[in-house]
Design a protein around this ligand. Sequence first.
Ligand SMILES: N[C@@H](CCC(=O)N[C@@H](CS)C(=O)NCC(=O)O)C(=O)O
Length: 281
Amino acid sequence: MTIEIASTAKSFGGWHKQVQHESKTLQCTMRFAVYMPPKAVSGEPVPVLYWLSGLTCTDENFMQKAGAHRMAAELGIAIVAPDTSPRGDDVPDDPDGAYDFGHGAGFYVNATQSPWSRHYRMYDYVVHELPEIVEAEFPVTSTRAISGHSMGGHGALMIALRNPDRFTSVSAFAPIVNPIDVPWGQKAFSNYLGDDAEAWKAYDSCVLMAKAEQFVPALVDQGDADGFLNEQLQPETLRAVAEERSYPLELRMQEGYDHSYYFISSFIEDHLRFHSRYLGA
Ligand SMILES: N[C@@H](CCC(=O)N[C@@H](CS)C(=O)NCC(=O)O)C(=O)O
């Protein structure tokens, strides 16, 4: 595997790098971002928090706007932020150019429907190819946590619920918890996965949590002034499942916060400290 370092910048004693590579899973050139804390830079392997961003994002939004580097440096945690979809002129996009499907909106699923199935395999990319590259190329351990925002919060919860042995802990900001039941999820899943809604359930956190046999500690923050709260996010549905199953979920409603990175940057320290307890960082 060949990777190319597209940019490097020192940050809080560690390094932020953008990494470009040919993805065999997604059949296109991809870029992801890595933050390496000072501990890793001095040669001691550190655990990794994978961050999955929301609609319209690239590898840049979280790294530039969340203010996570200071705490990751202090705790000795690496952060890896992939792009949110396959990219490039050969990768089909929403025919109307909508922001909630296609480029920037891979929804972390493996598409089964034409023309999406050739490139849109973000589930396999995040679960398998990305950690393989990161663990081969950087001074990290194979101890992993996962977090994300909105569509990426859906991705983080769903991936942790499906892979409890691969992640020590999961957290999310304003996640889409029940995509099979809300417009963003229904549009994406019907196109990527087809009309049979049974197939969608494999990617729905509420469905997965209801039948989970192994628990991954979970923290979710949700702003109550988030414009997407009632139509798209509906975290109370996940709370009800967690209570029913005695799942270790802490769901915090945060008064006055919206859907933006101002909200994420206000609570990212709590999320990093939460993960560090399980990562053994
Ligand atoms: N209408 C908005 C909806 C998309 C949106 O709110 N995206 C969130 C994730 S769901 C985001 O993180 N946007 C990028 C940013 O704030 O940097 C847009 O086009 O930006």
